[in-house]
Unconditional design. Structure first.
Length: 223
């Protein structure tokens, strides 16, 4: 059971940020395993199990990130990440998971973030998304009004440079998106040191579930 991160979790992330090399990591690997990897996995497993119980028909699988960067994509960065995350996403039978709605949690040296992302869905997927909005604007408008009433998550994600057409004021911020991210980002606070973090994330994922299902249905109808 997740009981919280601790100060050593934060100290390790700052340490690897400023000492991003193999020798330092190997000397502090046990700190990473005990104070960062283990609590992140425990948190992910607890959230995953709770979501499976609350939403048994939504097939989600847990993925916990590795600290090792892809050696083919370092781009001048060190070989290790200075942050860790987990995601709950459609089951692994879906190869192109980046084009599917995904719940996530991330912790870094100076912040933590959680929410739901619809990253890299592709132009054809977003064209289909807009087409569905045109066909039935009221169906999605209801979800957007519910989203706008809450104050925890923000709509983020890149916009297309050129206009993708006209819609009403309520849907316009969504209509122009190239990708969608519903984010809650906070500076590190006392919540991360207790089980209250799990409770906060779970309630947030529950809030976003209607939008997750809408976007997943978009994906399923075009697959």
């Amino acid at each position: 059971m997740f009981t919280g991160f601790d100060q050593q979790s934060i100290d390790f992330m700052w340490g690897i940020r400023f000492n991003n090399e193999k020798e330092w990591f190997l000397a502090h690997k046990e700190e990473y395993l005990q104070h960062l990897q283990t609590p992140t996995r425990e948190l992910g497993e607890e959230i995953w199990q709770a979501m499976a119980e609350k939403f048994p028909k939504d097939s989600l699988e847990l993925h916990v990130s590795r600290i090792y960067r892809d050696a083919r994509r370092l781009h001048g960065q060190g070989p290790y990440k200075d942050h860790l995350w987990f995601s709950l996403r459609p089951d692994n039978r879906c190869d192109d998971w980046m084009g599917r709605p995904t719940f996530y949690f991330e912790i870094a040296p100076e912040y933590y973030s959680y929410g739901m992302g619809f990253w890299s869905p592709g132009a054809s997927m977003m064209t289909h998304f807009r087409h569905q909005l045109d066909l039935n604007p009221e169906g999605f408008s209801k979800l957007v009004r519910q989203f706008n009433r809450q104050k925890r998550f923000e709509l983020k994600g890149a916009d297309y440079v050129r206009s993708k057409g006209q819609t009403d004021k309520l849907l316009a911020p969504w209509y122009q998106k190239k990708s969608i991210s519903l984010e809650c980002e906070k500076p590190l606070d006392d919540v991360i040191f207790s089980h209250a973090l799990a409770e906060e994330i779970l309630s947030g994922f529950e809030t976003l579930m209607p939008l997750y299902r809408y976007l997943k249905n978009i994906c399923d109808t075009i697959a």
